[in-house]
Write a protein that binds this ligand. Structure first.
Ligand code: NAP
Length: 320
C-alpha cells in the first residue's frame, strides 16, 4: 500500500536540526512528520566521542546522542518515517514530496534539514580509521590530540582554520596541500605562517592512512609528491580532512535559491528561504559553524518560524 501522509509541518532530515525542529513542532501540537533516509542521525552518527554538546558532564557517543534526540522527538509526538525523498513540488500548497518507496508526503510548511557531508579523500584506509584518528571536524575532535602530532589536508579556509585551532592542543600540526599556494583568505594564511607550531607540506597528496588495528589508531600517512611522484611517510597520530563539504541539496536545485556551492539561502537571522512557508535549518544552510549545537539551534528557529507562518497563513485564509 502506498503511504500518503499530511502534516502542518513536514520535516526532511534527522540530524540535530531536523530532530530539534520536530521536538519544538510536536510540543506546539503541530503533529510533525519527519522523513529520514536509511541512516538516521546525520553526520553525528559517524562521530565517536562528543564532549562539546551542552548538558553532558561525561563524554557521550555521537550515535547515542542522536538516538536520544530521536526518542525524544518520538515521545513528544513526531511521526518518523523512513524514506528517501526523490521529488519535491513547492509550486502548490500544501508542499508536496514523493519518496523512493512511492510514498507521498505533504505539509502546510516544510523544514529542510538534510545536512551536509564532509568531502573525503576516498581512501579505504581513511574510512577504516574514521573516528579512530581520522576526522573531518577539528572543533569536535581536536581536544583528543593534546600533545600529539596531527596533520590537516586541504588548502581552503576550513583547513587553515582547523590547523590553527589544532595548535591549541597538538604539539605539531602539518598542513598537507596538493598545490604550492593556498586558496584560504590571506589574513588566515598570514596567521598560520606566523604560527611556529604549523608546518606546511606543499605539493603533496595523501595516498594512504597508516595505522594499527588493535588498538585501532593512526600512526602516519603515506604521501606522494605531485611533481616527481616520490613517496614518503609522515608519522602522525591524527589526520583531519578539510577538503570541503557538500550540502545535501541536489533535490532542491531549481526549486530554492542557493549559493554557488549549493547551500540553501536563508534570510539573515532566520531560517526562511525564498519560498514562503519553506524553511532551511542546520548544515544545509550553514557553511560557517557546522556544529551540532548550532544546527539544533537553527532547527528550533525553523519550528518557531513555521508555527508563526502557519498562524498567519491560517488567519489570511480565514479572511479570504
Ligand atoms: P574549499 O574552499 O572548497 O577548499 C577545499 C580545499 O581542499 C582546497 O584547497 C582544495 O585544493 C582542497 N581539496 C579539494 N579536494 C581535494 C582532494 N581530493 N585532495 C586534496 N585536497 C583537496 O573548502 P572549505 O575550506 O571547506 O571552504 C568552503 C567554503 O566555506 C568557502 O567558501 C570558504 O570561504 C567558506 N568558509 C569560510 C570560513 C570563514 O569565513 N571563516 C571558514 C570556513 C569556510 P585546491 O586549492 O587545490 O583546489
Amino acid at each position: 500500500m502506498v503511504t500518503s501522509k499530511y502534516s502542518k509541518v513536514l520535516i526532511l532530515g534527522s540530524g540535530p536540526a531536523g530532530l530539534t525542529a520536530a521536538i519544538y513542532a510536536a510540543r506546539a501540537n503541530l503533529k510533525p512528520i519527519l522523513v529520514h533516509g536509511m541512516q538516521p542521525g546525520g553526520q553525528m552518527t559517524i562521530t565517536t566521542d562528543v564532549e562539546n554538546y551542552p548538558g553532558f558532564a561525561e563524554v557521550v557517543q555521537g550515535p547515542w546522542l542522536m538516538e536520544q534526540m530521536q526518542k525524544q522527538a518520538i515521545s513528544v509526538g513526531t511521526d518518523m518515517i523512513t524514506d528517501i525523498i526523490t521529488e519535491v513540488d513547492f509550486s502548490r500548497r500544501p508542499f508536496h514530496c514523493v519518496g523512493d518507496s512511492g510514498g507521498h508526503y505533504s505539509g502546510e510548511s516544510l523544514i529542510i534539514s538534510t545536512g551536509a557531508e564532509a568531502r573525503w579523500l576516498g581512501l579505504d584506509s581513511e574510512k577504516q580509521f574514521q573516528g579512530f584518528g581520522v576526522s573531518a571536524c577539528a572543533t569536535c575532535d581536536g581536544f583528543f590530540f593534546r600533545e600529539k602530532n596531527v596533520a590537516v589536508v586541504g588548502g581552503g579556509n576550513t583547513a587553515v582554520e582547523e590547523a590553527l585551532f589544532l595548535t591549541n592542543f597538538a604539539s605539531k600540526v602539518w598542513l598537507i596541500h596538493r598545490r604550492d599556494e593556498l586558496r584560504a583568505e590571506k589574513i588566515l594564511q598570514e596567521r598560520m605562517f606566523a604560527n611556529d607550531r604549523v608546518e606546511i607540506i606543499w605539493d603533496h597528496r595523501v595516498e594512504e592512512v597508516l595505522g594499527s588495528d588493535n588498538p585501532r589508531v593512526v600512526t602516519g600517512v603515506q604521501l606522494r609528491n605531485v611533481h616527481d611522484d616520490t613517496k614518503s611517510e609522515l608519522p602522525i597520530d591524527g589526520l583531519f580532512v578539510a577538503i570541503g563539504h557538500t550540502p545535501n541539496t541536489a533535490l532542491f536545485e531549481g526549486h530554492l535559491d542557493m549559493d554557488q556551492e549549493g547551500y540553501i539561502g536563508t534570510v539573515p537571522g532566520s531560517t526562511e528561504t525564498n519560498i514562503l512557508g519553506v524553511f532551511a535549518a542546520g548544515d544545509v544552510q550553514d557553511k560557517v559553524y557546522r556544529q551540532a549545537v548550532t544546527a539544533a539551534g537553527s532547527g528550533c528557529m525553523a519550528a518557531l518560524e513555521a508555527e508563526k507562518y502557519l498562524t498567519s497563513y491560517a488567519t489570511a485564509q480565514a479572511a479570504e
